[in-house]
Design a protein around this ligand. Structure first.
Ligand code: BGP
Length: 478
């Protein structure tokens, strides 16, 4: 008998804006990611107000899954995927977000994708909004700061719920919703960057706007969940948080308290709202101390209370430390850096690698919420070097995944109800933070490079065969 449940959802994850390309095909509108330029580990990725001629926007072609989805899904099936997490590009369905009727060609594209998944018995897990809101809504109402986004989002949900009701059962309302609790989230997650052009990480931080925008996302998410529960009882609705748990750097009580405070705001606040159905006590103090006042309408708190999710999902790449001492050495990271942990190694992009942190995260989350959990992103962004014969011996990726899966199993033994695992970027795609191709996560290599060259041909890396074996043994043969 295996440690993991027999119906464990093994799979992989992608997002439309980093994967599909075809940014203006068949009536698609411009998304916030379509105005984010290329960048690299050294050169910051920038955002522009609209598309500026002469700049390179990697999402425009990405790895062209719009035209390669069939071969990719066939490869997923060959690896043994039970599920596949994808997002539906809002701008394919409602190009500016404000139309009253959906774009049929956009809807038809995802029908074709779901046909293909059905052919292989792969269960889709759909992220409704993954860093790809219509750019027109940034111009119109400063993204999610505008309350009208709630209605536009619900219109989008109504269209896709109705259309795919018999094909999709698992839905996630917002990707990494808690990225809105930090400054960087104002670009791709919240769209609150009207008028700003420049590096993603240097946008002027406006916490009042961010938390107002987040409130609108909470209401939108809750209404989507309510709509699903009322009209489509077979749906299972999940949230999605970026889980970057923080450890106290030392046993100094000041470090402990500072860590607790940051974990509350960054790692728990959104989950507390979406799972427990109300604003937690600690956020009131944070709002007061930071001069934040949330404008609410009467129904909002009731929606939040009634629209709680059925399962909790999260991305996991790293942990960081917190110290009350400002001078401690820092490390980079997935949306949020922190104090460097002397016990951990880092990836080439400075993300601290911490498999045991995954077990810790799972335990903490399950203790807190007591609902099923799914890990919907995890993986190692690395520079892959194909051999002369084209083979990619990515032993470092196998090592990374093996250690994380081991810890995931430990967490299950600890009693966590873990229902699935979908490693990020199962096929190489564009990095969200740096906009580069060179940061690869896939088990499938895509012949595509940062200068725009490449045949887009797909090749199996060593990790492809390894993951195939892991799935076939339900995680026993690592
Ligand atoms: C998460 C996002 C993904 C993905 C991943 C890896 O924050 O949900 O969209 O990109 O991180 O990050 P990156 O692409 O920056 O390496």
């Amino acid at each position: 008998m295996s440690v993991l449940r027999e119906d464990f959802l093994w799979g992989g994850a992608t997002a439309a804006n980093q994967y599909e390309g075809a940014w203006d095909a068949d009536g698609k509108g411009i998304s916030v990611s379509d105005v984010c330029t290329e960048g690299s580990a050294e050169i910051p990725r920038r955002v522009t107000q609209g598309i500026v001629p002469g700049k390179r926007y990697p999402s425009h072609e990405a790895v062209d899954a719009y035209h390669h989805y069939k071969e990719d899904i066939a490869l997923f099936a060959e690896m043994g995927f039970k599920c596949y997490r994808l997002s539906i590009a809002w701008t394919r369905i409602f190009p500016t977000g404000m139309e009253t009727e959906p774009n049929e060609k956009g809807l038809a594209f995802y029908d074709r994708v779901f046909d293909e998944l059905e052919k292989y018995g792969i269960e889709p897990i759909v992220t409704i909004s993954h860093y790809e809101m219509p750019f027109a809504l940034v111009e119109k109402c400063n993204g999610w700061e505008g309350r009208e986004c709630i209605d536009y989002y619900i219109r989008f949900c109504e269209a896709i719920f109705e259309r795919y009701q018999n094909r999709v059962r698992y839905w996630l309302t917002f990707n990494e919703i808690n990225s809105g609790t930090v400054a960087l989230g104002s670009i791709q997650a919240l769209g609150t960057f009207r008028g700003y052009s420049g590096p993603l990480a240097s946008a002027p931080d406006k916490p009042q706007e961010r938390f107002q925008a987040l409130h609108h996302q909470f209401v939108a998410s809750a209404r989507a969940v309510r709509l699903a529960h009322e009209k489509y009882p077979r749906f299972r609705m999940g949230n999605m948080c970026l889980q970057a748990m923080m450890y106290p750097f030392s046993s100094n009580p000041d470090d402990i308290l500072e860590t607790e405070k940051r974990n509350q705001i960054i790692n728990f606040f959104c989950g507390d709202v979406q799972v427990r159905g109300k604003y937690p006590g600690y956020i009131q103090r944070y709002f007061e101390e930071n001069g934040i006042t949330i404008r609410m309408e009467e129904r909002d708190l009731e929606d939040i209370q009634k629209g709680v999710v059925d399962f909790y999902t999260f991305s996991y790449y790293m942990t960081t430390c917190v110290s009350a001492d400002e001078n401690k050495e820092k490390t980079g990271g997935n949306f949020m850096g922190g104090v460097k942990n002397p016990y951990l190694e880092t990836s080439a992009w400075g993300w601290q690698i911490d498999p045991k942190g995954l077990r810790y995260n799972l335990n903490v989350l399950y203790d807190r919420y007591q609902i099923p959990i799914m890990i919907v992103e995890n993986g190692l962004g690395a520079y892959d070097q194909p051999e002369e014969d084209g083979c990619i011996h990515d032993t470092y990726r196998i090592e990374y995944m093996k250690k994380h899966i081991e810890q995931m199993k430990e967490a299950v033994k600890d009693g966590v109800d873990l229902i699935g695992y979908t490693p990020w970027g199962c096929v190489d795609l564009i990095s969200a933070s740096t906009g580069e191709m060179a940061k690869r996560y896939g088990m499938i290599y895509v012949d595509k490079y940062d200068d725009g060259t490449g045949t887009l041909a797909r090749r199996k890396k060593d990790s492809f065969y390894w993951y195939q074996k892991v799935i076939a043994s339900n995680g026993e043969d690592l």
